[in-house]
Design a protein around this ligand. Structure first.
Ligand code: FES
Length: 99
């Protein structure tokens, strides 16, 4: 049904994610680029305080809200751009999907 795309030759952009420099796939949304790089968490749940991930990926659920260049934005409807600064604030609980 779904086919894995070979990402080896795709163009990338350099961004900063949670304070770390990263190269993510260009030409797609911030959330899609993070997911393609293995990041499943988008923010902390305001009720439980636990990391949560995107649900709809089309601008409806707001589960992908994160700070992008200093503004809270939906990562699934924001195209990734060179030198973006993306903060998910996941480390506030000491949990991070990179660890
Ligand atoms: S994942 Fe639902 S609004 Fe972004």
């Amino acid at each position: 049904m779904f086919k894995q795309v070979d990402t080896q030759d795709l163009e990338t952009v350099e961004v900063v994610v949670d304070g770390e420099p990263r190269k993510l796939q260009a030409g797609i949304s911030v959330m899609a680029a993070l997911l393609a790089d293995g990041e499943l968490n988008s923010r902390l749940s305001p009720t439980s305080g636990k990391p949560c991930g995107p649900h709809c990926l089309m601008g409806v659920c707001f589960e992908c809200l994160m700070e992008i260049d200093g503004i809270q934005r939906q990562a699934c409807t924001t195209e990734i751009e060179k030198e973006m600064v993306i903060n998910r604030h996941l480390s506030e609980t000491g949990e991070n999907s990179h660890e």
